[in-house]
Design a protein around this ligand. Structure first.
Ligand code: FAD
Length: 499
């Protein structure tokens, strides 16, 4: 309630926030988690908590009156439709040069993501997080994150036999025929459940196109892993539909936090004030960066350093599709959980996931999300006249990503005698270069913070999410975000909370 005093307040309930809350609670500290999105624990009128990608509805988007689907077109036709403005699950947040997709709700990005749980190659780690001891990460914190997220890899024999991965087998065949290594990618899905979906003995989830707008059954989102354990501690309160707007030093020590309670149309119904001894910023790369640049510029936290807002990247995300020959169908039913990737990172700067196109009809399309070595970094700044944060990313900055992805797909197209699809992102548009699923940076480790996420100038304020990572992890990011949070919170508990 308003006026309360709490030892620890965590802003956001994604990977970083969940790690912080669990470990602090296990160490005996009471924690309050504040989440702007909904709880996502109650079924809608159709008996399901989440909608699927073939039928987006009000639940699917955060405060929009028209859907903004990542694949905006099909066979050249726009597929977006009107919906009611609602505190839905996927935020398509538009900045000048890029749309940044993010999860909203208790569980953050784990609610909407593809569940691909990838640990970067150790030889790349020094370029990802140069100030972090790799031996500790690969010896302790990556294993801890993988175990506690429930990361496993698909049974290769089942993969080879089942209709729903026909699309991935076609992707593997084409990759290998062009000489590219194809790797199985670990995931946070219950594979036994997927086998039962395939056998028709349980309600379908991955096999019913559930991705982007939530997953009703088989995916191990944070709700089923870290947050389940958080609840079991009895020390953590999670408050959904509450948005933190301001953090500033309190006169008696600690920090005063202003929180807007939202209704499901996004309107503020009441503003609450809470005092916290410590505050963890875990609002995601974009959420944390926006808060910090605003707090610095408006005088709430003027002593934050000039690194705040900097070092933001898109993890080099770029999408494309290829049109296969008629003898290479990719399947009517496609599992929404990707299981394979094409590795050309060292030679071409691209790691491409063979992604599903779960339309329910045969499309003869192979679809890919590439993670690329894109050198561009953008900055969040505060637009004082407009009273809001801005991001200076430019669409043209995706060109290095397109060039990197072409090192894979131009070669495959030449070998197979195939062409790019031009109907998925507009008419006659090959590259999905307008978006990212993987925002990273904005409060970079060892720059805006010390080497464990402590914000310079303000004892008791921490960053513990994707904002710490400078723009690129070479693979999908959530395992690295989780592992880094595990590393940092262990140090913070040992040195800041015990005395
Ligand atoms: P988040 O998980 O984004 O959590 C931040 C939370 O803070 C959110 O719940 C947000 O609502 C809340 N919040 C923000 N501002 C405030 C505020 N002011 N007050 C209160 N609460 C606030 N990564 C992978 O590794 N593998 C994948 O397969 C994959 N697929 C993806 C697919 C999609 C469609 C998307 C969108 C992302 C995908 N990602 C994937 C990325 C991954 O989900 C993110 O990198 C990850 O969730 C980031 O974790 P985080 O802890 O930094 O923040």
């Amino acid at each position: 309630g308003s006026g309360a005093h709490v030892p620890v307040l965590v802003i956001g309930t994604g990977y970083g926030g969940s790690v912080a809350a669990l470990r602090l609670a296990q160490a005996g500290t009471d924690v309050h988690m504040v989440e702007m999105g909904m709880a996502w624990d109650t079924p809608g009128a159709d008996g399901k908590i989440f909608a699927n990608t073939t039928k987006p509805d009000d639940r699917s988007f955060w405060l929009r009156t028209r859907t903004k689907q990542p694949l905006s077109n099909f066979l050249g036709f726009p597929i977006d439709k009107n919906v009611n403005r609602y505190t839905g699950i996927l935020d398509a947040e538009e900045f000048a040069g890029i749309t940044v997709y993010q999860g909203r709700g208790v569980g953050g990005g784990s609610l909407v993501n593809g569940g691909m749980a990838v640990t970067p190659k150790r030889e790349n780690f020094a370029t990802i997080l140069p100030s972090v001891n790799a031996a500790e990460m690969y010896g302790t914190y990556y294993p801890r994150a993988n175990a506690d997220l429930g990361v496993t890899t698909i049974d290769p024999a089942w993969f080879d036999s089942v209709d729903c991965y026909q699309y991935a087998r076609v992707g593997r065949k084409h990759a290998q025929r062009s000489g590219f290594p194809f790797l199985f990618v670990p995931a946070v899905y219950d594979w036994d459940y997927m086998k039962q979906e395939s056998a028709g003995t349980v309600p379908k989830s991955a096999l019913d196109a559930e991705i982007l707008y939530g997953n009703n059954y088989g995916k191990k989102s944070l709700q089923k892993t870290y947050i389940d354990r958080i609840k079991a501690t009895g020390r953590v309160t999670i408050t959904p539909l509450h948005k933190v707007t301001r953090v500033s030093p309190a006169s008696g020590g600690g920090y005063t936090v202003l929180i807007d309670q939202l209704d499901t149309t996004g309107r503020t119904t009441v503003t609450k004030t809470v005092t916290a001894d410590r505050v963890f910023f875990a609002a995601g790369s974009v959420g944390t960066s926006k808060l910090l640049v605003g707090l610095k510029a408006t005088g709430a936290l003027p002593g934050l350093n000039n690194e705040v807002g900097k070092g933001w990247g898109d993890n080099g995300n770029v999408m494309c599709g290829r049109a296969n020959h008629l003898w290479d169908p990719t399947g009517k039913v496609q599992s929404s959980i990707p299981t394979g990737g094409i590795d050309n990172w060292d030679a071409g700067g691209a790691f491409a996931e063979v992604a599903p196109l779960p339309t329910g009809i045969e499309t003869w399309a192979s679809f890919y999300l590439s993670i690329t070595k894109n050198p561009h970094r953008a900055e969040f700044t505060w637009n004082a006249a407009a009273g809001r944060p801005e991001l200076n990313w430019q669409t043209a900055w995706k060109q290095p990503s397109i060039d990197a992805a072409k090192t894979i797909f131009d070669k495959i197209n030449r070998k197979e005698g195939t062409i790019y699809r031009t109907d998925l992102f507009g008419t006659y548009k090959i590259w999905g270069d307008h978006l990212t699923y993987h925002p990273l940076g904005g409060a970079v480790l060892d720059k805006a913070t010390d080497n464990y996420g402590r914000l310079h100038g303000y004892p008791g304020l921490y960053v513990i999410d994707g904002a710490l990572i400078p723009g690129n992890v070479s693979v999908n990011p959530f395992v690295t975000i989780t592992a880094l949070a595990e590393r940092n919170i262990e140090r913070i508990i040992a040195t800041d909370l015990r005395r």
